[in-house]
Design a protein around this ligand. Structure first.
Ligand code: NPW
Ligand code: ADP
Ligand code: K
Length: 491
């Protein structure tokens, strides 16, 4: 696999365009199908050598074609193979018809397939060309097979998973293993698709990297390659002010913990100084819990404006535990032209005042990052959230464009998108991150990156990645506190 393809995500439409570009450059498309089918057969033999029968389920398009190639290769290796087809195999056209003609065995209708206890199933029913909900006979087959604890090797995508969105089209196989070609598709990473792929193999079937790279639109998996060039490095000339000063705003006396978690995370993530800006009413409580983190009384917008004259204040986190309302809006609007992470209550405060926030961000571009979870996203971007046609990636991209901020659309499949079109999908976050305060920690890490001078998209992507890595390091019993202690070095 060409190293530059490793983190690339290709939509099914882009993949189809690449097929055409490959054909135009003189590459024989049947050879691509042959490579694909051989890769599937090899994966089936390698992963499930104990199978007494490989049941290959073939559909009406090129995914089915890959299945016929795999079936022939499995027979050549001495395996026992049975082929079942959905639709009329005589109606196949192009490369898929050629692949079927090379299959010497019988082809039974899909409806007659009865799974046997030692079967391994090759799912070549539908792949990138799935364009609507699955037909009823396919749904019935999937229902008959899922849950029987049989190994399923999916060709390109588990049948029923939409490669662009990761959504399920009526039903979907829960595969043990998925073999895809040239590059991952969004549906392999976005939920629920990701949870149905099993282990994922990306196989190079011979489309030149230059064609794949030219055809992709810049969708990426979030890895350090995206942002490590922007990471601040420590050297002998570093001092605390050069490492950046992060400010985290605290809520009132009943709601101070979230800000302290963000502040602790910011310090652990590398900000040189961190100050909790607290209402006077909560100063004593905050003071009783803070050591390395500093404290400053800030009660109202004029007090904030005066403090902002200190140019050493590098970045701000507003939202965790802050309280929803007018004060949050006034603080946020005053910070829009700075490096700002707007999280939690900071986001919810603008539910009825969205256009005010977006207009201010457009007029005073700073480095703003918003970190909504699904509920907060729906509050700020209700029309986008409701649009069932758009993938989570497309939703984050639209939200970034209309808000003029980098969006971190959180979840197990967090998407990071910038107003200028950069986008990445995160894949390293363990489910143990679903714990109270985990989002506050993320906001603090991103704030530290902004304080160190990273651009907004890179600061956010690096923050999400470090948060995921910290989650894995802290292990299954993690709490927000152990998460902070597990934040790994940057770069
Ligand atoms: N470059 C590569 O990556 C390579 C890719 N390769 C392989 O090609 C696969 C993509 O092939 P593909 O485009 O023919 O699509 P595929 O998934 O077989 O289905 C299309 C057929 O299904 C039909 N159809 C769709 N939805 C339906 C529904 N709900 N219910 C019923 N019918 C439905 C649709 O008909 P239509 O929508 O026109 O009615 C059409 O007939 C890809 O996943 C990979 O395995 C390799 O061969 C090597 C090179
Ligand atoms: N199942 C999951 N798998 C991986 N990461 C998750 C999962 N659920 C939540 N997370 C991550 O944990 C964090 C939770 O943030 P948030 O919902 O704001 O929680 P809180 O408000 O309690 O801090 C987000 O970064 C989110 O992406
Ligand atoms: K499939």
């Amino acid at each position: 696999m060409h190293s530059s393809l490793r983190d690339l995500l290709i939509t099914p439409a882009e993949m189809a365009a690449m097929d055409l570009a490959a054909a135009r450059s003189g590459i024989d498309s049947f050879l691509l199908m042959r490579s694909a089918g051989l890769a599937v057969a090899a994966a089936a033999l390698r992963r499930f050598p104990q199978a007494q029968r490989y049941a290959v389920l073939c559909g009406p398009g090129n995914n089915g074609g890959d299945g016929y190639v795999a079936a022939s290769a499995l027979v050549e290796s001495g395996a026992n193979v049975a082929v079942f087809a959905f639709g009329d195999p005589a109606a196949l056209s192009g490369d898929a018809a050629r692949a079927r003609q090379l299959w010497n065995g019988t082809i039974d209708p899909l409806a007659s397939f009865l799974p046997q206890p030692a079967d391994a199933i090759v799912d070549a029913l539908f792949g990138a060309g799935l364009s609507r909900d699955l037909p009823e006979p396919v749904v019935e087959t999937i229902d008959r097979i899922n849950g029987r604890d049989l190994p399923i090797i999916a060709v390109d995508l588990p049948t029923g998973v939409d490669g662009r969105t990761g959504q399920i089209c009526g039903a979907a196989f829960a595969a043990s293993h998925t073999v895809t070609f040239m590059a991952k598709k969004p549906g392999h990473l976005l939920l629920p698709g990701r949870s149905l792929c099993g282990a994922l193999d990306v196989f190079d079937i011979g489309i030149p990297a230059r064609i794949v790279l030219a055809g992709g639109k810049g969708l990426r998996v979030n890895t350090p390659a995206l942002w490590s060039d922007h990471a601040a490095r420590l050297d002998a000339s570093s001092h605390k002010f050069r490492r950046g000063h992060l400010v985290v705003f605290s809520g009132g006396p009943q709601a101070t913990g979230a800000a302290r978690l963000s502040a602790a995370a910011g310090l652990a993530a590398g900000a040189g100084l961190v100050t909790v800006a607290s209402p006077t009413s909560a100063l004593d409580i905050n003071a009783g819990h803070l050591t390395a983190v500093m404290l400053k009384a800030i009660d109202d917008p004029p007090g904030l404006e005066r403090w902002l004259e200190d140019s050493r204040l590098g970045a701000f986190v507003l939202g965790p535990g802050f309280g929803v309302g007018e004060r949050a809006r006034a603080f946020a609007l005053a910070l829009c032209d700075r490096a700002l992470v707007l999280d939690a209550d900071g986001i919810t405060s603008f539910q009825q005042h969205r256009s005010q926030l977006f207009a201010r961000l457009a007029a005073a571009p700073g480095r703003a990052v918003m970190t909504p979870h699904e509920g907060e996203f729906a509050r700020l971007f209700p029309e986008i959230a409701r649009d069932e046609n758009r993938s989570k990636i497309e939703k984050a991209q639209s939200a970034a464009q209309i808000s003029h901020a980098t969006i971190v659309y959180k979840g197990a499949d967090t998407v990071i998108a910038s107003p200028d079109g950069k986008v990445a999908v995160n894949a390293n976050a363990p489910p143990s991150l679903a714990t109270a305060g985990s989002g506050d920690v993320l906001a603090g890490i991103i704030g530290a990156h902004l304080a160190q001078g990273m651009p907004a998209f890179e600061a956010a992507a690096a923050g999400v990645w470090r948060h995921g890595t910290a989650g894995a390091k802290a292990g299954p019993g993690l709490t927000a506190e152990t998460l902070v202690a597990s934040i790994p070095p940057l770069g």
